[in-house]
Design a protein around this ligand. Structure first.
Ligand code: PLP
Length: 545
């Protein structure tokens, strides 16, 4: 799209206001303020001069952006995205701004009059990009590294265009049926048996909360109808998870009225896996004190170290307790990050025992190249979830027969068409392409682990099976362990300030450790070499070298 093509004819502008706006941003006055109070400037998008700001004819009426304007701005946006992704590695990976700095650049009041779309797009560059931490940067290795992939990004655009609300089957049969289909595709990728069904949500925190709501509903305590408050007839309800479980388990307990005391954290072994023997003892002790065990949450790929809890042994403990107590105990598996690796045959063992679980969460927005947000909750018996949440007011009643109305499976009524982007991602890469990419990240993690092992001042905390490397500083020359921790935190701070690579840290066994997560499709070995060199520089700085 050339600059000339971007200029609507003056006579297409409908009224004096439009003419005035066009004048305000005329080529002879490029510095005139935009409607947002910022100086107008030629919009440079994806390397092209997209022309001087103009209002679209449709902006002055009562309708939406017209098709021609949509095409022009749409091409500019796509151009912008392509340029952004291509050049993101040249930006600092962590936003280098002070709190409030971005807000301070923006007008406090909404614009009263319409503004040229290109002005807003230019402001994205000029005002907002500094405040973006670039998750799509090839040196983003913090938390879990993720990818907003090309097909996924385009899927998001199509979802917005269709703008369907998939609350009922009839409000878009394709949205419902595609959701059922992609979830079944994921089930097959993970090697799970037929019969699992599921749904998409915004994140693993929501998925886990829904699973625990189903677990609560499985009890005979009628919580759905009578609630939990003011009921002396109720025992204290307990959920078990490991000390290394994600905080979303506790948050779910908070939301479901079980409270943080409703979660018992089970100690882990020296590989940070839940200890089934301690779990068994904990359940037995709780029962003696009058608690009612309702669920166990095991993790496949813990947040700190990607540890895999021993599902078969945990399922054994669950079965024994159910036999003894005579009531159900739900087994939920949090595979938000790691479960997807089971799609590679040589790693399938990480889901050993999954057939004995009641639910599994796996987040395509973590390690399946799907842009935020997309989380899959798979259930062996979705009717438990429907029993918890089905509530059909007259204005939503239908007689469509044997169909899925996803509003029955959670608190959310309006639902995005998330399946579309996941469908495009899976079709674009194919199952074998997904596996190839996962293996590449595992290879990259092994490469980083080998670098750590060869480094005289660094130690591996655990040998990675997945794509996250956890390591720590050795204690050479340190007066005491606190000094090592101080250096470790200083190393992270140094990296943050330099902006070349982003790691994250956490605390394990009272020691600060560093995490380097792989998972971005744009990370090459050359990028990794640069990142490792930056870590080496930071290491030398904190060691005064
Ligand atoms: N479970 C695990 C193991 C995680 O690592 C995370 C986030 O990193 C979550 C759950 C929460 O995921 P979400 O942000 O999708 O709610």
């Amino acid at each position: 799209m050339t600059a000339a093509e971007n200029q609507p004819d003056d006579d297409t502008l409908g009224d004096d206001l439009g003419a005035e706006r066009t004048r305000a941003a005329s080529p002879s006055d490029p510095g005139a303020p935009t409607r947002s109070g910022h100086p107008a400037s030629p919009t440079t998008v994806g390397g092209h001069d997209a022309g001087l700001p103009e209002l679209d004819p449709g902006q002055l009426g009562v309708g939406d952006m017209d098709a021609d304007a949509f095409r022009r701005h749409g091409y500019a946006v796509i151009d912008w995205i392509a340029g952004y992704l291509d050049g993101v590695e040249d930006r600092p990976v962590l936003a280098q701004v002070e709190p409030g700095e971005i807000r301070g650049r923006l007008p406090a009041m909404p614009p009263e009059a319409p503004e040229p779309f290109s002005d807003a797009l230019a402001d994205l560059d000029a005002l907002l990009l500094d405040g973006i931490t670039h998750w799509n940067h090839p040196a983003f290795h913090a938390y879990f590294a993720i990818t907003g992939s090309g097909p996924g990004i385009l899927g998001e655009a199509l979802t917005a265009a269709l703008n369907v609300n998939g609350m009922l089957w009839r409000t878009s049969p394709s949205a419902t049926e595609l959701e059922e289909l992609v979830i079944d595709w994921l089930r097959q990728l993970l090697g799970m048996s037929e019969g699992w069904r599921g749904m998409l949500s915004d994140g693993a925190s929501t998925s886990t909360m829904l699973a625990l709501a189903a677990a609560r509903e499985r009890t005979d305590l009628d919580v759905r109808q009578r609630g939990l408050a003011g009921r002396p007839d109720l025992p204290l309800l307990r959920v078990y998870t490991s000390e290394q479980a994600h905080s979303s388990v506790e948050k779910a307990a908070i939301a479901l009225g079980l409270g943080r005391d409703g979660v018992r954290a089970i100690p882990v072994d020296d590989a940070f896996r839940m200890r089934p023997d301690v779990l068994a003892d904990a359940i037995e002790e709780d029962v003696r004190f009058g608690y009612r065990p309702i669920a166990i949450v095991a993790t496949v790929g813990t947040t700190a170290t990607t540890a895999v809890d021993p599902l078969p042994a945990i399922a054994d403990v669950r079965d024994a307790a159910v036999e003894e107590l005579g009531h159900p105990i739900w087994l939920h598996v949090d595979g938000a990050y790691g479960a997807v690796l089971a799609s590679c045959e040589e790693h399938r063992h990480i889901l050993d025992g999954i057939e004995r679980a009641d639910s599994l969460v796996s987040n395509p927005h973590k390690w399946l190249f799907t842009p935020m947000d997309a989380s899959v909750l798979l259930l062996r018996d979705p009717s438990a979830l429907a029993a918890a949440f089905t509530l059909i007011p007259e204005y939503l009643a239908t007689d469509d027969g044997d169909v899925t109305d996803f509003m029955d499976y959670g608190v959310q009524l309006g639902r995005r068409f998330r399946a579309l982007k996941l469908w495009l991602v899976l079709r674009y890469f194919g199952a074998e392409g997904v596996r190839r990419r996962l293996r590449e990240h595992v290879r990259q993690a092994a490469r980083v682990a080998a670098w750590v092992e060869e480094h005289p001042g660094l130690e591996l905390v655990v040998r990675p099976e997945m794509s996250t490397v956890v390591f720590q500083l050795g204690d050479e020359g340190a007066a005491d362990p606190t000094e090592v921790d101080t250096r470790s935190r200083a190393l992270l701070a140094h990296l943050d300030a330099e902006g070349v690579v982003l790691l994250s840290g956490t605390v394990l066994d009272d020691h600060h450790v560093l995490r380097l997560a792989l998972g971005n499709l744009r990370t090459t070995d050359e990028h990794l070499d640069r990142s490792l060199a930056a870590i080496e520089r930071a290491y030398r700085t904190v060691h005064g070298g």
